[in-house]
Design a binder for this molecule. Structure first.
Ligand SMILES: Nc1ncnc2c1ncn2[C@@H]1O[C@H](COP(=O)(O)OP(=O)(O)OP(=O)(O)O)[C@@H](O)[C@H]1O
Ligand SMILES: N[C@@H](CCO)C(=O)O
Length: 293
């Protein structure tokens, strides 16, 4: 059995804890019946001992498997990870979503995507990464009465993501602590209006509107101060032709959207100015989590 989940970019500037989309890079797990429990890791995190000894996937999988399984078995878990850890590309959401989907699929129990999303909410209580991880595409989401309410839209193939992954991680937990406790009325109104405009731009495919609509006063400047080079990455990307450029999730990745024909030029400018960072072009993902039995 094989389960794959795409990487995500959350917030998209002003849509803090609400907007997010899926990118065509993924974590994949292959699960096979085995005499003993065993884990193998390839790709991102392969050399991280924590992922072998105290893997978040295994503990979430077990939370569900122990309740769902009529007869408990041992499995071999083979992980192929493309999503870097703690870089703001939704690595934790991918783990949460794939672990829950796997526990149901291995027992042959059908799990609707809406239910999967709400089960994932117990492990990540803001919906902007888990929603695109499950659904793919662009998503606007909120939580009401412990349920995710969302609207989803596919991202057309005329667009590309240009992704800049710094060589240092930022943990979501610490990055949230860098934020102010209170916001002014002006900053709050600024973000509500920009987030609304950005959502409307995605829904109506008005791509020229992304640049002004993606401005934010709630989180990026506080977080990017921890890695000041990110301001320069953002400027370089916008000057080279990106439609928008924002901190991805809680950082440290800087994420840009552009027209497909501009992607190479933007990638080249970023690579030559930031040779110590990983820069690449990606398609978007409109499918979300996939389970193959
Ligand atoms: N492939 C993986 N296997 C097991 N655990 C993982 C894996 N990837 C991430 N994790 C867990 O998730 C943690 C990272 O979560 P964190 O929320 O800080 O970053 P992120 O999800 O990459 O960023 P963001 O939420 O801003 O997009 C890691 O410290 C690890 O505990
Ligand atoms: N909205 C979240 C995304 C990271 O999980 C944040 O910015 O902290």
């Amino acid at each position: 059995m094989k389960v794959s989940v795409p990487a995500t970019s959350a917030n998209l500037g002003p849509g803090f804890d609400s907007l997010g989309l899926a990118i065509a890079m993924k974590n994949q797990v292959i699960i096979k019946p085995s005499k003993f429990h065993s884990v193998s890791l390839k790709g991102e995190g392969a050399n991280n001992p924590v992922l072998k000894d105290n893997n978040m996937f295994i503990s979430i999988f077990n939370d569900f498997y122990h309740n769902l399984a009529v007869r408990k078995r041992h499995y071999r878990f083979e992980f192929y990870n493309e999503i870097p850890l703690s870089r703001g590309l939704g690595s934790s959401s991918a783990v949460i979503v794939s672990a829950i989907a796997s526990a149901y699929a291995i027992e042959g129990i059908k799990l609707e995507k809406d239910k999967l999303l709400n089960l994932a909410l117990a492990y990540e209580n803001h919906p902007d990464n888990i929603t695109p991880a499950v659904m793919g595409g662009f998503n606007v989401a909120t939580v009401q009465d412990n349920e995710v309410r969302f609207i989803n839209k596919a991202i057309p193939n005329i667009l590309r993501a240009v992704v800049v992954v710094p060589n240092r991680p930022i943990s979501t937990q610490l990055s949230r602590k860098a934020l102010p406790y209170k916001y002014s009325k002006e900053d709050t109104i600024f973000n509500i209006s920009h987030s609304s405009l950005l959502t409307a731009a995605f829904m109506s495919e008005d791509w020229k509107m992304l640049r002004s609509a993606s401005l934010d006063k709630v989180h990026q400047k506080y977080r990017m101060k921890q890695m000041p080079e990110l301001f320069d990455v953002q400027k370089t990307s916008l000057r080279s032709g990106s439609l928008m450029s924002t901190l991805s999730g809680s950082g440290s990745t800087l994420f840009s959207i552009c027209f497909a024909e501009d992607a190479r030029k933007i990638e080249k400018a970023l690579k030559s100015k930031f040779p110590h960072f990983k820069v690449f072009i990606s398609d978007f993902d409109n499918s979300g989590v996939r389970v193959e039995i």
